[in-house]
Design a protein around this ligand. Structure first.
Ligand code: GAP
Length: 445
């Protein structure tokens, strides 16, 4: 994990939040490569959920909602709490369930005695309006889910879907986690990619199964090794307050198997509760029986930051003794980030073989051409070609284009360049005019 954290900071993926002021626990900022990488993850989620499936709609609801929403959802009551123990000496706080798992009975920081576990609510409070009193209290959303439910009626009346149908949303969520940690695994501000699939109660088991398989396959299709993923059903006493059944997709992190996504059968909890609390009837009429019922909800709830961390960990590879054949002097360990090409922040890097004017001019033209057609593209003319390849390997760039003296023959349309593949290190000559098609076919098709 230390190596991943260091690479993320050194190469502009992820930085500690407010770092110049000493940081803030559980908060991270994404740098230029991290933003691009996470955007690619979110786009792949959109592609899988919203474009490849039919009858699923996207919303972008507000982070701030009526306080009543959180009362209806059960988040202000015991359901959304973690057990907390405080050290009587240094007053540091710990998750009681985590301490129990590791058999720890005294303060891990100073050895002091611990209080009895108390329930601690995870919602982050804020106040809206000029007066900071109980009436102005509300919360930063603890999950994106509720923004979907409050718009259920709006989607029905504007888009006229029939069951089964889904509503998806990507957005920030906030939780006052007692023990944030493991880098971006447990944060206090994070991003979720959630989908709520509304079904007739008779179909709930079928769709629970369907989405479990679909979501597991999404991670595998994007390059995570199958053996590093597993589905883990929740035991009855572990189920969230809203869930009838739940299975976690877990990834084998360096710190153990942990949840990256939850698939839940939420039953009729949400629509019945929101109907009751808001006074708006969100039930449906069964066409066969003529009776009213609340649709059941199958939820797929993924974290964009946890997925990003899993993709990074899985892609990280160290090659002892180096792999770059062009620099014979380099014998130390080299890092290759074997990210799926669709997820890699830069798709391609343009590297002129030397800093000589005609090469640089042509290389800049190739770089501009690829950017104009939409490829995230890096340009680098510093240091030896071997070192530049290594830099690109370390950030997962699938292709490097070298512009050399041969490329100057009949430029720009007739010239060709060397294209190096990150994974095979194979090199081939490709006409500049065909680069865009080559990249499109090899990255997206
Ligand atoms: N709507 C259901 C829900 O929010 P959850 O299991 O609490 O369920 C779903 O969260 C996903 O959100 C998790 O699998 C994880 O990927 C992500 N997530 C939850 N808490 C997180 C945190 N503190 N930091 C980063 N990601 C988190």
């Amino acid at each position: 994990m230390e190596k991943i954290v260091s690479l993320c900071k050194r190469r502009g993926f992820i930085f500690p939040g407010s770092e110049i002021y000493g940081g803030i626990a559980g908060i991270y900022d994404y740098g230029p490569l991290g933003v691009e990488f996470k955007r690619n993850i979110k786009e792949s989620w959109r592609e899988a959920i919203l474009r490849k499936e039919s009858n699923i709609f996207e919303v972008d609801a507000s982070i701030l909602m009526q306080r009543k929403v959180w009362e209806a959802s059960g988040h202000t009551s015991a359901g959304f709490t973690d057990p907390l123990q405080e050290c009587k000496k240094c007053h540091h706080r710990f998750r009681a369930d985590h301490l129990a798992e590791e058999g720890i009975t005294i303060c891990p920081d100073c050895g002091g005695g611990l209080t009895e576990p108390q329930r601690f609510n995870l919602l982050v409070e804020t106040h809206l309006g000029p007066v900071k009193d109980d009436a102005s209290l509300t919360y930063l959303r603890g999950e994106t889910t509720q923004g979907i439910y409050v718009n259920y009626g709006n989607i029905k009346s504007s888009m006229h879907p029939r069951l089964p149908f889904g509503i998806g949303q990507i957005g920030k969520a906030f939780r006052n986690e007692i023990t944030p940690g493991h880098f971006t695994y447990r944060m206090r501000e994070f991003e979720q990619m959630e989908q709520q699939y509304f079904v007739h109660p008779d179909d709930a088991d079928t769709y629970f199964d369907y989405w479990k398989k679909k979501r597991l396959a999404w991670y595998v299709d994007l390059g995570i090794k199958k053996e590093h993923l597993r589905l883990r059903p929740h035991a009855k006493d572990e189920l969230a307050h809203y869930a009838r059944a739940a299975e976690d997709i877990e990834y084998q992190f360096p710190f153990g198997w942990h949840e990256i996504e939850g698939i839940h059968n939420r039953g009729d909890w949400d629509l019945s509760r929101h109907s009751k609390f808001s006074g708006e009837d969100l039930s449906e009429i069964d066409e066969k029986t003529g009776k009213r019922f609340y649709p059941y909800i199958i939820e797929t709830s993924a974290g964009a930051d946890r997925a990003a961390l899993a993709f990074l960990v899985d892609a990280y590879e160290e090659v002892a003794g180096g792999r770059t054949t062009t620099t014979k002097s380099v014998k130390e360990m080299e890092v290759v980030l074997r990210l799926h090409k669709k997820l890699a922040p830069y798709k391609v890097a343009v590297l002129p073989l030397s800093k000589k004017e005609p090469l640089v001019k042509l290389a800049r033209e190739v770089y501009g051409q690829l950017r104009r057609v939409g490829f995230m593209c890096d340009y680098d003319e510093t240091q030896s070609i071997g070192k530049r390849y290594r830099r690109q390997d370390e950030i997962g760039t699938p292709y490097c284009i070298t512009v050399d003296f041969e490329s100057l023959e009949n430029p720009p349309a007739g010239g060709d360049v060397t294209v190096r593949d990150r994974d095979t290190m194979g090199q081939e000559r490709i006409a500049i005019a065909k680069l865009s098609d080559f990249l499109k076919e090899n990255i997206y098709d």
